[in-house]
Design a protein around this ligand. Sequence first.
Ligand SMILES: [Zn+2]
Ligand SMILES: [Zn+2]
Length: 861
Amino acid sequence: MAEIKDIPANPPQRQADDRYDPHRIEEKWHARWQAEPKLFAADPADSTRKKYYVLEMLPYPSGVLHMGHVRNYAIGDALARYMWMQGYNVLHPMGWDSFGLPAENAAIKNKVPPRQWTLQNIAHMKQQMNRMGFSYDWSREVTTCLPEYYRWNQWFFLKLYEKGLAYRKNSKVNWCPECATVLANEQVVGGNCWRHEDTPVVQRELEQWFVRTTAYAEELLQGLDKLEGWPEKVKTMQRNWIGRSEGALVDFKIDGPIGRAGDKVTVFTTRIDTIYGATSIQLAPEHPLVADLIGNDPSLHAKVEEMLAEQNKAKERGEVESMDKHGVFLERYAINAFNQEKLPIWVANYILMDYGTGAIMSVPAHDERDYEFAQKYGLDIRVVILPRRIGQPPAEGEAEKPVLPYTPKDSLLINSGEFNELSNEEGIQKMTAFAEQHGFGKATVTYRLKDWGISRQRYWGTPIPMVYCEKDGVVPVPEDQLPVVLPDNVDITLQGGSPLGRVLEFVNTTCPKCGGAARRETDTMDTFVDSSWYFYRYTSPQSSGKPFETANIDYWFPIDQYIGGVEHAILHLIYSRFWTKFMRDLGLVHNDEPATRLFTQGMVIKDGAKMSKNKGNVVSPDDMVARFGADSTRCYALFAAPPDRDLDWQEAGVEGVHRFLSRVYRFVVRNASAANGSQGKNGTGSLTAEQLSPKARQIQRKLHQTIKRVTDDFQGRWHFNTCVAAIMEFVNQLYGAEEEIAAGKFPPQFLADVQRKLVLLLEPFAPYLASELWEMLGEKGDLLRQPWPRYDASLAKEDEIEYPVQINGKLRSRITVPADSPEELVRERALAEEKVKVAVEGKQIVKVIVVPGKLVNIVVK
Ligand SMILES: [Zn+2]
Ligand SMILES: [Zn+2]
């Protein structure tokens, strides 16, 4: 390496054209990167390098990339590039969640077959992603609507079926009588069919396929405690969704004639200790007993139907909690086995069939909802617990009625027969045991989590690999006959029935068991099946005999960082955790959870609302790229807000980032020649601080502070907005030194090193510009594979620091001392300060407090 003195201090040449032209630069590098796909490819799983798997949620190929995508991918891409530069073997793949309803809707609207529409969209979006400069390993691309992928959905389905984790049961679906077909929830608009705006949608019972997610409910819940790298809010949402509650099932015998649905109502309660306070039983409108109990009363029948319709509507809108509560008395009674009391049976609009048993005992004195309901209908309200400290005699006046509803558990039972005077916890244990002994109840744990209905009566999805034989019933398609290929020639613009049901060459088949005539299942799978395991396939995209190679999973999993929207906190992120546990139990993977860390980025909003076509506030990434370039667009997406917060899109902000990148470009254009040929790769470390002018030393210090700042952010809190701001500040300082630089006062080796490090820092944020400048600096080799710059803590340290000096907490003066001064020296200098001397004159100094690096406070009296 050359000594400083050997290099002539050439004043940098001012270049004729120092105008930043992102299009020229980006198109040049785009072409190079396209020609060299290996650049972003991960090494195989037998690599001895440490791995890093960074993953953004795969998009639905709607046809256009929107700003929400760009933000999500810019975060992942910055991280991927940073980890490459840290020397990791980085897996950064991308794919397409490409089955689903929009392709069918588009087919109906534009008469383009779903497959063609989808593949066109994929091609276009891939082009957009590449133009943004995202560093995806396309050799691992996964497209879920292709048979080489979905055949494994079918294979997994067979495994689920084998293990008793897939089963059929009756379930309600939305049905349009006009279309004579099932509608997805999204196709129900205000209770009517989307294609027939005046036709109300009705509920129909259909036999459908379910996956037994509840078999893993407890493990899905417990596992959350170990996911330290997941946001608390996501874990809370999952806990609530799984909704574990301990309680008891208690039977209430029906008084009077009984029907087909049995002679008792079974309720689930978490508060059996309050059962003596039950004054009614309430059923969900869908409860099977309801039909028995209303008998032939047409007016009751109509009221219940109306209530059910209302409940379904509220469910669709997620408004069940806020529904105006009402109910109807069925003129029937059920008997409380604890005290033989007859309780009126009601049907209530807010009781859901899919929670607990769809029936509750109503205890108005000790439950908010029950209290409200009882008040409305004048039902009895009986107090059975009192606020009393356990083991203490009642204080004066304590036997009076508490403020109702009174719900705490630190109380005593009253009006409860032989259970009086027990604490709530004792009451729960003893009363549950009593019910169990007498055969009318038992302790139980329930979950709000339900089994996953995966049947869709739609065309564009994975065919469920089952056939129906008159002789053998439901028969699975043998593994060696997979995939069951989704036929192409289906006219889905026709109405009536399931689209696949109309394709006779698909439906009619032979039974794998007896060889006789059989019918294929015409339901397809929920697209959440596709996204439950796609990220495993990225490790073995060519695998043809199995879904993936376990050895590859062992190397790459769990995912180190998963990044996506918080809207996926429950469905996708619960299904994929379930799938992982199921695959682990099959012996296919050895990890319990799919991802160690999860990050949920905020939304992109504009003019106070989420960008949407309806609101007309969409900013197109293509448009931004055309005007400012990809680097400015993605840099702005990272700079404008902390990644976990919503980003309010401001065009002036993009312009600002563009100006900043222009300044970087101009600086390097003017000063690169000083760098060329100066082999100062070991950096500023080879120059001692004494060899630099004060200004150069200032630059050196700021540079190392900036490297530390950006590095810390990648390692921890991900405040990319402040680290981009730190790079901007650094560039401002460089401009502040321009005169001295132009005068040749910066050693060329030093100037070269400063520019190299600046470019390395820019790589994760503005990779096109960074590559161009890297080349301009005379460097060879891919920037992505260069080591991330290290900072030198001693060079980053300020030479001097300023202490505010307070007297009795009031700022009186400031002193400047060498940065590493001992406390004693700081104290001395503070007391020697002129203004301080005057202020303390004639007073007694009680104490001098030095907070190192922060302040001095002198206490006087
Ligand atoms: Zn319709
Ligand atoms: Zn058969």
